[in-house]
Design a protein around this ligand. Sequence first.
Ligand SMILES: NC(=O)c1ccc[n+]([C@@H]2O[C@H](COP(=O)([O-])OP(=O)(O)OC[C@H]3O[C@@H](n4cnc5c(N)ncnc54)[C@H](O)[C@@H]3O)[C@@H](O)[C@H]2O)c1
Length: 184
Amino acid sequence: MADEQSVENLVSETVKHFGGLDIIFNNAGVGVQTPTHELTAEEYKRVISVNQDGVFYGIKYALREMLKTGGGSIINTSSILGTVGEPTSIPYAASKGAVNLITKSVALEYADRNIRVNAVAPGFIESGLVNKEAMGEYYDGLVAKHPIGRLGEPKEIAHAVIFLAENDFVTGTTLLVDGGYTAK
Ligand SMILES: NC(=O)c1ccc[n+]([C@@H]2O[C@H](COP(=O)([O-])OP(=O)(O)OC[C@H]3O[C@@H](n4cnc5c(N)ncnc54)[C@H](O)[C@@H]3O)[C@@H](O)[C@H]2O)c1
């Protein structure tokens, strides 16, 4: 996703295989947890290049196909950290804040051509490295930040993505699926 040519190829291979592109889900993302005064420019740029530039490339090449076929649905993955701050994660927060406004701006630009653009913004979700075994006490602290009293499950994000893909009257929104994390 950080390489424009690869994303162009991904879209063209998809179209070749399936005959068109109705929905794209720009979900790839990476994080970093480094105190800002120790953060290198390389670390910073790496996160921005995947989470922010990658979303731009995915949108750009999906739009070209959707304009040919008369419409489509674009869904980007944001995060609660596009809405509220988090220590030691500035490139991540910057990239997710950018995803929210890229989503709104492209939604406005293409709404009259039947292309909808939305984002899903998860709270902390049980996955890969986010679990009690890997995180110990830090995990309990994370749970405490979600008023609903637990972390999310991957299927709860998938459900939101399907909703955004299917609902023809939703565009330009960032749907928070966060157990109340950002309601405080
Ligand atoms: N897990 C959470 O708690 C959480 C919370 C909020 C937002 N998110 C967001 O959800 C999305 C998915 O994250 P996840 O939790 O499933 O993480 P994950 O690490 O399990 O999955 C991320 C995926 O992105 C892929 N990826 C990384 N760099 C890539 C690149 N340059 N090109 C193509 N693919 C690349 C990885 O191979 C991996 O499959 C991310 O955008 C992340 O920021 C996750």
